[in-house]
Design a protein around this ligand. Structure first.
Ligand SMILES: [Zn+2]
Length: 317
């Protein structure tokens, strides 16, 4: 353990600059030439130099950038332009010039899950049913029809499955939901991490605790097992599926993911809008806030149009 943390310190410290955003908590690692005063995640001008944090786990894998800066700018510009016209002012016209590439830390998790499950399995069967109808003259006739019914039977069992490639964020600057929105990454492109790989880029060190990331990864793995079990159930339908999974052979490695980040500061009174681009596939994610005033104005206009229409129709008589 002592050996490992020493190694971490030496290879991460080196000639690199360690910065921390006092607004979102992102811990950046970069070459002195890339020194920045604004946080690439949240655009806060609160980035300060900090001593290297001891014991930070070293990246094991990294996925390189496949999308160029220009292509990322184009993706963001297209995305900004295509926002709804109810989006707050300044967003659709924001210049995507300050798109920055960041190697975001995530944990790559895999596990062997042994699930014990219990469920009710439904088998459909057809039955002929007799029913009565009364005609116009008040006479009653008996008719038959075919109906589908379900017979339920209990099922119990075990299913072992290997769950791989679960990615969870290790960054305070980028939430897990945001990472999920950028997925999938094509993990066939994973390479062993070397400092040379991130040379010229801003990287972030894991800033979330290992315990927290591990809990998140386990919960995602169990969710996947649930989905797998659900698809695995025999019969025509099933209900009351419950399962308990034992997790063995866990692997949890820090992996750096290529993400282009644009923090758009469009108003003084609002937090910046963050637009993210998957640096491998070009998928864009962001949540452009809607302007309540624009929506209100549109509703008022619509009501006015409807009222005018009503007035004209009423006046035509
Ligand atoms: Zn920040």
């Amino acid at each position: 353990m002592a050996e490992q943390s020493q190694q971490t310190q030496s290879s991460m410290a080196g000639l690199l600059l360690h910065l921390e955003c006092q607004s979102c908590g992102a811990r950046l690692v970069l070459e002195p030439a890339l020194r920045t005063t604004r946080c690439p995640y949240c655009a806060a001008p609160a980035v300060v130099e900090r001593p290297p944090v001891p014991g930070v786990p070293e990246p094991v894998f990294a996925l390189g950038f496949a999308l160029t800066h220009t292509a990322a700018q184009e993706h963001v510009a297209r995305w900004l332009r295509s926002r709804s016209r109810f989006t707050r002012s300044g967003i659709r016209s924001a210049a995507p010039g300050e798109v920055r590439g960041v190697y975001v830390p995530a944990y790559l998790y895999s596990v062997l899950a042994q699930a014990r499950y219990r469920a009710s399995i439904g088998e459909n069967y057809q039955e002929t049913e007799t029913y009565a109808v009364t005609d116009e003259d008040g006479k009653t006739h008996l008719r038959t029809r075919t109906v589908t019914r379900v017979e339920w039977r209990p099922l119990e069992g075990e299913l072992a499955s290997y769950v791989a490639d679960v990615l969870v964020t290790a960054s305070k600057g980028l939430e897990n939901a945001e990472l999920e929105a950028l997925e999938p990454f094509d993990l066939r492109g994973l390479a062993r991490y070397t400092p040379a790989l991130i040379s010229g880029w801003v990287a972030e060190e894991p800033s979330l605790t290992l315990a927290r990331c591990q809990a998140q990864a386990r919960s995602e793995a169990v969710d996947r097992v649930r989905g797998l079990l659900s698809r695995f159930m025999p019969g025509d339908s099933h209900k009351d599926l419950v399962h308990q999974s034992r997790l063995d052979w866990e692997a949890l490695d820090v992996c750096l993911l290529p993400v282009w980040v644009l923090a758009v500061k469009y108003a003084e009174d609002a937090p910046p809008l963050r637009v993210l681009v998957n640096g491998q596939t070009g998928a864009v994610h962001g949540k452009a806030p809607i302007s309540p005033w624009k929506v209100l104005a549109a509703v008022v206009t619509l009501l006015a149009v409807l009222a005018m229409g009503g007035w004209f129709m009423g006046g035509g008589r």
